[in-house]
Write a protein that binds this ligand. Structure first.
Ligand code: NDP
Ligand code: MG
Length: 392
């Protein structure tokens, strides 16, 4: 039986992963599951999958989790260190589906023990791609992309020579405000931003889709994971979200990955890799779909895309600063402290300040530097948020 762990099991990616594991009784031994606030659901999952250990990231919720698990045989643990400990437990396959930079350390611990890492947590690659991939190589651990676009590129590249790749095209739905007049964006509310036209995802990534910060993270993720140069990576708006990404080769061929907007495809692909096994996803009826549309992704409407290019130019610790500033700006927007359109300004000013102070350079990335950069960027970004509130 393959030993599997799921970090962030109570989230959107986590639930889809639990669903696939639950459909294959007898094939997997579940080692660790982790969640945050939703300990009731975490305990339910742990009991249903007979997990060895369940960990909540929130220390205060340990007792509640232990109560829910009493008599089940599943151990209860809590806190960020317990998450890392759980990721060190021997496993063959580990899903990294915590949201935000908090997913980095459990993912690193998983590759350090040589587990295959199914990586939904794109923030790990954005903040510390060089570090994560270096440690994975040193421990002979495979890292498989789960983000739908990157899974699509990975599949299009199977059996191909990476040197023959001319360009990668990432598609973006355009999010909630795709068709809004640009001047209305200043009035966009968190509730409006948290509705996605096609995908059912966690709240944070859904708002990031509306601002295109999600696609910005994915540009950096593509650059880090595949080593494809920034100028070879394009973004197009594709309202139907059926073509997940395309890879263009030097002979002019363009290989597209097409499928329904259901993350169980990308998760299942990573779970079964290198095999392709049957998955419970909708089969597309092309005649019913009829057409696929593509539009330009404007950097005026979505400044996050321009900022991602700046991060790829700066490299070093710029990704860690970018992500931390973005997380801080997103929190401030969700708390109604700043406007939707202020998020990009918060990130840009944070990056500029840290670049001026020479705080984004590094020769050989280490975890301490990444954590320190994350910390400083959050403080800087909070100052920018405070300034915007004073000016308003
Ligand atoms: P959700 O918000 O739905 O779930 C996040 C998970 O992480 C939950 O289990 C949550 O626990 C837990 N969590 C939240 N904060 C912390 C923390 N500080 N420490 C430890 N655990 C925490 O997110 P998604 O499933 O949407 O996204 C997960 C990751 O996958 C993100 O990196 C996202 O960018 C990426 N991704 C998601 C896609 C999707 O379709 N949803 C598509 C592609 C990538 P709890 O809910 O119990 O508090
Ligand atoms: Mg994606």
């Amino acid at each position: 039986m393959r030993r599997v762990s799921i970090f962030g099991s109570t989230g959107s990616i986590g639930e889809n992963t639990v669903d696939l594991i639950a459909r294959a009784p007898g094939e997997f031994r579940v080692v660790a599951l982790s969640g945050g606030h939703n300990v009731d659901r975490l305990a339910e999952q742990a009991i249903a999958l007979d997990a060895e250990i369940a960990v909540t990231a929130v220390p205060d919720l340990k007792q509640r989790l232990a109560d829910r698990l009493s008599g089940s045989g599943t151990e209860a643990a809590a806190g960020p260190e317990a998450l890392v400990e759980a990721a060190r437990r021997p496993a063959d396959w580990v899903m990294s589906a915590i949201v935000g930079a908090a997913g980095l350390r459990p993912g690193l611990a998983a590759v350090e023990q040589g587990a295959t890492l199914a990586l939904a947590n794109k923030e790990s690659l954005v903040c510390a791609g060089e570090l994560l991939l270096r440690i994975a190589r040193a421990h002979d651990a495979a890292v498989l992309p789960v983000d739908s676009e990157h899974s699509a590129v990975f599949q299009a590249l199977a059996g191909e020579d990476i040197a023959a790749v001319e360009r990668v095209i990432l598609t973006a739905s355009g999010g909630a405000f795709r068709d809004w007049p640009i001047e209305d964006l200043v009035r966009a509310t968190p509730e409006q931003a948290a509705t996605h036209p096609n995908w059912d995802m966690g709240r944070r990534i859904t708002v990031d889709s509306a601002s295109m910060f999600n696609k910005a993270l994915e540009l950096i993720e593509t650059n880090e994971y595949f080593g494809i140069k920034p100028k070879q990576i394009e973004v197009v708006v594709h309202p139907q979200s059926l073509v997940h990404a395309l890879v263009g080769f030097r002979d002019g061929a363009l290989m597209a990955h097409v499928g329904p907007p259901d993350m169980r495809h990308a998760i299942g692909y990573a779970l079964n890799h290198p095999q392709r096994r049957a998955l419970p996803v909708e089969r597309l009826d092309l005649v019913r779909i009829g057409r696929l549309d593509f539009r330009e992704a404007s950097e005026t409407r979505w400044p996050a895309l321009r900022l991602a290019r700046e991060v790829m130019r700066l490299r070093g610790l710029a990704g860690a600063a970018f992500n931390a500033a973005k997380e801080t700006a997103l929190d401030a927007f969700l708390a109604r402290e700043i406007r939707f359109t202020d998020m990009a300004a918060v990130v840009e000013e944070t990056l500029e300040a840290m670049h001026r102070e020479n705080a984004l350079k590094c020769d050989r990335m280490g975890l301490d530097q990444v954590m320190e950069t994350d910390h400083v960027a959050r403080e800087r970004a909070a100052q920018v948020v405070a300034q915007i509130r004073t000016d308003a």
